[in-house]
Write a protein that binds this ligand. Structure first.
Ligand SMILES: Cc1cc2nc3c(=O)[nH]c(=O)nc-3n(C[C@H](O)[C@H](O)[C@H](O)COP(=O)(O)OP(=O)(O)OC[C@H]3O[C@@H](n4cnc5c(N)ncnc54)[C@H](O)[C@@H]3O)c2cc1C
Length: 375
């Protein structure tokens, strides 16, 4: 049951990176053994999604484009070094690129240094969500546009505007919205925003530096956690994502969206001054859900009520493998992977509101100030 239609939620409106490696936004992994396991789980998710999109035959713009973890500000180079150390420890190959090499590949001189790894997948996220939903077996009924208004956790009764449903087992996979149901108080819902240009025309493509070499679709995330994510998509558009803000009421006013759009424009012009005339065609926001220690919620809350939430901004891969192992958990199927997930899904304590709100506001403002030119 989903309040929206498939593809309309955050899983359809994200930046479309299916990450293969432990992510800088997701530093739950304090050691090589843990990092290796997370990498293997991400690879499992990628294989699973690849199989589904191949079977279903829908075009999801699947590209094994890899990912650039990049810095504009020299003071953030140390984050790249930390990432390289992680890669060395788990035996993952990588390339370090300087400004000129990056300009050749990305069509912008903005970035001074980056680490490139090749296993990340780029997709059209809404198409991927639709593809996954189309693969549901015939014994599954999907109810879209069906908001759950309340759940009686003791008697396992679900209330929607049109019906009351009894269930033997309920799985809450509502990420940032989970706290509405009173099953987790250690999560923080955060809004982030994205803009997408119209397609570049032939002339504009000529101005796109690097095009002589035939520029390929690429995806880049910032070494700074509050920095900007950028993509050059397979249909020749530029995607920009940045701005993080805490919205405890789980909705974001238009004024904040407009402000985010202005920030996107500034980031875009700094990177692509030669494409200054290309307007954004779309701007939107969506929710991510984070925890203090970046561990997800994955648990049986009370008998028959299961919860998975707090994908910490990397839910395409993480949500895919957690969903798979949640099903195995419910069926009582044991595995080392499930044991690993269960031992690494204990979000740390956060203070209740209003302290949570104040803390989130101060932390996000601080991070955005520190990110400087990497926004
Ligand atoms: C702009 C943006 C860019 C991002 N980029 C990336 C990226 O490149 N890679 C990546 O891995 N992650 C990215 N993320 C994060 C990613 O989108 C999330 O981690 C992921 O969507 C989490 O999946 P989910 O299914 O757990 O939650 P969601 O996608 O948020 O799904 C929760 C669902 O619950 C439904 N729901 C909520 N309340 C109710 C209710 N009461 N009744 C019925 N249904 C309800 C919602 O309608 C929604 O469809 C990004 C997020 C945003 C916003």
């Amino acid at each position: 049951m989903d309040a929206l239609e498939v593809g309309q939620g955050a899983s359809g409106r994200n930046a479309g990176f299916i990450i293969d490696l432990p992510h800088n936004l997701d530093p739950t992994e304090p050691n090589a053994e843990v990092n290796t396991k997370v990498r293997d789980l991400n690879s499992f998710a990628i294989q699973r999604l690849k199989r589904i999109q191949e079977q279903q035959g829908l075009d999801v713009s699947w590209h094994k484009a890899g990912k650039y973890l990049a810095a504009h500000e020299e003071k953030h180079f140390s984050g790249l070094t930390d990432f390289v150390n992680t890669l060395e420890a788990i035996g993952e190959p990588y390339e370090i690129l300087n400004e000129d090499m990056l300009a050749e590949r990305l069509g912008t001189h903005y970035y001074k240094r980056a680490v490139y790894t090749s296993g990340n997948i780029l997709v059209n996220p809404a198409a991927l969500a639709i593809s996954v939903a189309s693969a549901l077996p015939s014994n599954v009924t999907l109810l879209e546009n069906t908001p759950v208004q309340a759940i009686d956790l003791t008697n396992k009764i679900i209330q929607t505007p049109k019906a009351r449903l009894n269930a033997d087992t309920i799985v809450l996979a509502t990420n940032a919205f989970t706290e509405k149901f009173g099953v987790s108080n250690r999560i923080t819902p955060i809004f982030t925003y994205a803009s997408l240009t119209r397609q570049l025309n032939d002339n504009e493509m000529k101005n796109f530096k690097g095009i002589e070499q035939g520029i390929e679709p690429w995806g880049l995330t910032s070494v700074h956690p509050a920095g900007t994510t950028v993509r050059f998509t397979s249909d020749n558009r530029i995607f920009i994502r940045n701005t993080l803000n805490y919205q405890p009421h789980l909705s974001s006013p238009k004024t904040v969206l407009d402000k985010a759009k202005a920030t996107h424009r500034k980031s875009y012009l700094a990177r692509f001054p030669q494409l200054a005339d290309v307007p954004f065609e779309y701007t939107w926001g969506g929710m991510i859900c984070v925890t203090m220690n970046h561990e997800p919620v994955f648990k049986e809350h009370t008998s028959g009520i299961y919860v998975m939430a707090a994908m910490n901004g990397v839910g395409v891969a993480k949500g895919t493998y957690l969903g798979h192992y949640m099903a195995e958990y419910i069926c009582g199927k044991e595995s080392p992977e499930l044991d690993f997930i269960l031992t690494h899904s204990a979000p740390s304590w956060i203070p209740p509101d209003p302290l949570r709100s104040i803390g989130a506001y101060i932390r996000l403002s601080f991070e955005e100030r520190m990110a400087k030119g990497d926004i």
